[in-house]
Write a protein that binds this ligand. Sequence first.
Ligand SMILES: [Zn+2]
Length: 505
Amino acid sequence: MYKIFTFSIFLILGTELFSQIKPYGFCGTSPEDQLIIRDRMFQNREKMDKLVQVRTGAIRYIPVNYHLAANTDGTGRMRIVNVYTNLCAINKLFEAHEIQFYLRNINFINNTALYDDPSSALGSAWCNSLANNNRNAVNIICARVANKPEPGVLAFYNPGGDYIVSGIGSVNANGTTLAHEIGHFFSLAHTFYGWESTTYSCNTPTPLTVFIGGQSVQVEYVNRDKRINGQLVCKIAADGFCDTPADYNLGFGWNGGCVYSGCAVDPDGDTLDPDERNMMSYFLSCLQTFTTEQVAAINRDYNGNHRNYLKAAFTPQNVVPSEINIISPIDQSVTEGFNIVKFQWEPVPNATHYLVEYGETSLTNKNVSFITKRTDTTLTNLVSNKRYAYRVFAYNNTHFCHAIMNPISFVTGKFSVSTKDITTSIQSINWYQVSELELEFNVNSINAVSSNIELFNMQGKKVFSQYLNLQTGANQISINFPVKGTYLYRVSSTSGALSGKCLIL
Ligand SMILES: [Zn+2]
């Protein structure tokens, strides 16, 4: 058996703080960034307006990476299972538009600065670095919150770094928050663009222009045929689409459900009738769909050269059955010992990955979960005479929407079983430099074992930590270092560890 791991210790590129003004506590994409996004849509339309956008019946598959941040000690990470339910919900929203997202990778980053506030100077530098190191998919970075000083911000798209950030609370079975951000990613502005920093009032005359990020924006009219200086207003005002009706951010603070019946009028005195279901509006509990022009803009942006990295050839994989036949431990069993508990299940047809989730007594947010390509794993960190729950979820990059099995419950034995094969499981570690800032570690293990690799700088500060599901035999672990120097490494399981010094010259 030969297993290859690749990890990066991301280089912090800079500490420049990008200005973000987010007066409304939902989408945190800043006014300045909205301007950049809309300009890209206008440029795409100018360049590719002749491009015929027709429904082909063929589904366009777009890769997505989820980067699940945690504190440096590995705590706080969102439940992995929420990635599947979230992307599944997003796909339902895009289904009618012949777009589907596939799971390119789930990445785990233990870094408190990133986890705690991805909008801070340090946090956003890490986001940039993550996105730059993973230009093979739409990058979604999931942190404790999206913006610590503004807890109302659920998520945002950063066009400079070309990544999406979401608070973990929004990575859930309601895909609208991230579908909205994916809309921004593919050049869509808010339907109410221009009104992000201005509150509409029925008590004052509707202005002809509003200001956002220091830029003047033409106010949109209800009448779709309205022209100013010969120019069709709906094509240049607000989001630049004529099939999204005028909206002066009327969804924000609206409590009347999904039918707006307020007093807003345009500068001609016509009453506004916004599209409450539009994904790029702020009728947040009503979001459902994109319009034809919005989808055309998404497709143009996808077709642009700057999106070539999303176009790798992709063949959808076959359906994965939701049923898993567990071999051990079986439901309601008592394991032989507590210190070496082998989990095993039968291979599931078409599955490429398995999520294993376990916790004490029942499955909660305090679960441990990890992903493996194997059909077994051995845990060495359970305690004696304790009830545990666990479950396994089989999936591949195209199929992750099926039901997850009910948890299986077992009690660990009271006594330890021989740890001989565990203490000696990690036989040797060799490392060598493979490129300027990359070391490869070869870890030889005589059995399959859950373990952890950690790296420390010479001040003793932990700079890297990663869970490893070692296989029997050689395991190859590639790690990218931010800077040259001397480091200490340690590969450990609960019953033993090997450590040493490594150099990157
Ligand atoms: Zn938004």
